[in-house]
Design a protein around this ligand. Sequence first.
Ligand SMILES: [Zn+2]
Length: 475
Amino acid sequence: MYKLKFTFLLILLTNVSILLSQNFSDNVKPFIAIKETVFAITNVTVVDGTGGAPQNNMTVMVKNGKISYVGPSDKISIAKGTFTIDGAGQTLIPGFVMLHEHMFYTKPFEDEFNIVNMTNTFPRMYLAGGATSIRTGGSVSPFTDLNINKLIKEGKMIGPKMDVTGPFIERENNFSIPQLPILPAGQAPGPMVDYWANLGCTSFKAYMNLSREDLKETLEHAHARGMKVTGHLCSISYHEAAELGIDDLEHGFMVCSDFNKDRTEDHCDYRKAWSGLMALDKDAPAMDSLMKFLIKKDVAVTTTLPVFAPLKNYELIPGGGEQALHPDILEEVKKYSAGDAKSDSIDNIMFTKELYWIKKFFHLGGKLVVGTDPTGSGRTIAGYANIWTLETLIKSGFTTSEAVMLCSLKGAEYLRKQFDTGSIEKGKAADLILMDGNLTIDPGSIRHIRYVFKDGIGYDSKAIFDSVKGKVGLY
Ligand SMILES: [Zn+2]
């Protein structure tokens, strides 16, 4: 064993004035702040997404949309004239890869539940909030989501790279959500999986009122195409789903029906499932053994903290996005939240348990991934929730490096995109978040994003958030 000491010298011969060649439409261009083909971010604190220790005084170079160098600032000499961002006093982390996102939002009418696509605002808000890659966690309008993905790729819309799930796979239920796709009795889910996979969907989500037979067929059809299936389950227990080969379970441990003692097979009773979790000691051996079983079966768990955020001690809109909501919608959210306030002490207990369980699952070696889920009573909105999630994971006891890794590389690994994105490493896409402040000292620094880079294009986060002020709920 021997060590070699290198001094890295990077000599750039490229004409530094060349701009990236992708065409962007006129509605996208105003939000692009940096489009040089070659640039450097110097003297910056890097939390690289691999889980390794944060590093100060680093330089990251980007060339043609890819990261071309990561190393100490004093080990690189940058060619004269290279476009340089002085990152002193700032932190650079990988773009978020978040796995329970939606292009829709809850917009209740009187007492009727309603979900509506936020086609114009949410895609750009995800990007402004640092999410450079997302998986949608079930769709009510798959054509819209597929078209959004296409328009983003063509430079005609601002937004993240997308893994578009097919429509929710669900049976008859008593939820009264008019937009929710329902498979009629007698029709198997397989043809639906095939149909939407042929149209471009790349993963699927099983919902709350399926039989094990339904899930089995969904898995067979998706897996035959190398696609993954996640589930927000209720009628099927986590243990049963893991046994059948599901890839991922949504909402952490908050919707786990395994501890409902009166459970009827293939039947959803989410209130009893919730009571079972309430009654369960946080260190119950039964939960430990469930976690170990999920690990053995290689099942990921997606925690969706914002949608479960209690009111007490937390913002009405996690991440502070009240200004993004249309004033009428904000009033509605306030009204609904006032109703929720009655059960807030229970929400607090359950939220605390969820934080405890996801930490335990992670430390046991579980595949923990992260998402936001902009549904519930309308408090969770795209972008702001992504920001809040990182901040909250750090504040709840994950190290900064762990929290960043959960929000980036772990999601990329789940999507099998870890060789392309998810960490700040040479050769990967320049999917990056540059923020003011030192994230390792102040988790709130993530609220001060300057630029979000996607494939090396730097978008002005504040300008994007400013552009949606008062519009969420309408567009
Ligand atoms: Zn969801």
